[in-house]
Design a protein around this ligand. Structure first.
Ligand SMILES: Cc1ncc(C[n+]2csc(CCOP(=O)(O)OP(=O)(O)O)c2C)c(N)n1
Ligand SMILES: [Mg+2]
Length: 395
């Protein structure tokens, strides 16, 4: 995901990008290939990325950080050097060994990839082309891809289902045309990212896709954009809840804490932005065109898309807490006023823990600059934090 837009995804050899979810072409090649060369990568194991599935594969890792070599994956070859130099050396060596001939049958490979992409898009086509109302996220993403001038736009996602849905399906073209951030961060991060993108590239159309839950956390950054006159467009998926956790934590359902409502065009208007409501698929492309026009005149835009949470793709095992019998009783929770972050820790057998994201951020970004991967957050780390049982937490 952080590397999305490093390669032009229209290239016939590009398999696509992924976060916790990825394209069929990338998923298939990751599992079936016999050699992976990771360029400029920490190869960190994370819920927000794809597993390497390293059995029987040769792993080559290039990074400029010595701490990343063999950190999470055992690599066969570590190349501790600048990535640009590595790519240059790779090209030179390949040319030396093969002349101007390709290794293998490149046309056959292109065809294979094209076939997988076709099958994948066909599988998703009922959602990508659906006219259902409220709109489903995938139709929204398709409309964005079809309407934007991809080479002159910069797009980013927000945390949760919006990220998992858009990363595989958005077509990144030029370098930095997509800001794929993560592993995760607080919802609403996309607005300041696009403010920064607009500062750096004033001529680009800058769009962030976010949910209404994300807007509730830090949507008021639209005021910053508006006051500073960094004319960005926010596409808000107004599905009335936190769809990322459809089964939710038990208390989500019981107390309705994941539900919300609002006329986001009015809220945006109150912060100096132009709000546009979209209730039908046919309204979305014109709304995006209108947003481009308004942005070009220097005003920020929020498109309030009345959307459905039905098809939001979250990864069920991530938050499936129903079967408590499989877990130890170590459920810890902290600061219930924060939305909880749920983590199934592989490192501590079946421990399931809740920790607040501020604590998670501390664990993942310790002062010494290290970077714990989430699945090494073990009980000893977590029990240091405030411990409350479910009944205390839910009250
Ligand atoms: C500070 C913080 N708290 C909680 C989370 C976990 N989290 C990720 S996305 C999300 C909310 C998503 O809701 P919304 O923006 O409405 O998107 P939807 O799931 O409905 O598509 C939450 C709570 C987080 N990443 N950071
Ligand atoms: Mg939502």
């Amino acid at each position: 995901m952080p590397g999305k837009s490093a390669m032009d995804e229209r290239h016939p050899l590009c398999l696509g990008a992924g976060s916790g979810l990825t394209t069929m072409a990338a998923g298939k090649h990751l599992s079936e290939c016999d050699l992976i060369m990771a360029l400029g990568s920490s190869l960190t194991r994370t819920f927000y990325g794809q597993p390497i599935r390293s059995n029987n594969k040769v792993l080559i890792q290039n990074t400029d950080n010595p701490h990343d070599i063999n950190k999470d994956e055992s690599v066969d070859i570590g190349l501790l050097v600048d990535t640009k130099l590595t790519i240059r050396a790779l090209i030179d060596e390949t040319n030396d060994q093969t002349g101007d001939k390709c290794i293998g049958n490149i046309e056959k490979t292109k065809l294979e990839i094209a076939e997988i992409k076709k099958a994948w898009l066909e599988e998703w086509s009922p959602l990508l082309t659906s006219d259902e109302e409220p709109l489903n996220t995938y139709r929204v993403i398709r409309e964005i891809v079809q309407t934007l001038d991809l080479e002159n736009s910069i797009v980013t996602h927000d945390a949760g289902a919006p990220r998992d849905s858009i990363v595989p399906f958005y077509t990144a073209t030029r370098p930095h045309s997509y800001v794929g951030w993560g592993k995760t961060t607080h919802p609403g991060f996309g607005i300041p990212l696009m403010i920064g993108a607009k500062m750096a590239s004033p001529d680009k159309f800058c769009l962030n896709l976010m949910g209404d839950g994300a807007f509730g956390m830090s949507g008021t950054d639209l005021e910053t954009a508006s006051r500073s006159r960094f004319a960005i467009t926010t596409v808000l998926l107004n599905n009335g809840n936190i769809a990322t956790y459809p089964d939710g934590f038990p208390v989500f359902r019981k107390y309705g804490v994941g539900k919300m409502q609002g006329d986001y065009t009015k809220i945006a208007g109150g912060m100096g932005a132009v709000g546009i409501t979209v209730k039908k698929t046919s309204e979305l492309a014109p709304a995006l065109e209108e947003a481009k026009r308004i942005n070009a005149e220097g005003q920020i835009v929020l498109i309030d898309v009345h959307s459905s949470s039905l098809w939001s793709r979250a990864r069920l095992p991530f938050y499936r807490l129903k079967d408590r019998s499989q877990t130890t009783s170590n459920c810890v929770a902290a600061s219930w006023d924060n939305v909880m972050f749920c983590q199934r820790s592989k490192a501590s057998s079946d421990l399931i823990c809740f920790i607040s994201c501020s604590h998670l951020a501390r664990l993942m970004n310790p002062p010494n600059g290290g970077n714990h991967r989430p699945d090494t957050l073990c009980a000893t780390n977590i029990v240091n934090f405030l411990q409350v049982d479910d009944s205390t937490a839910s009250s």
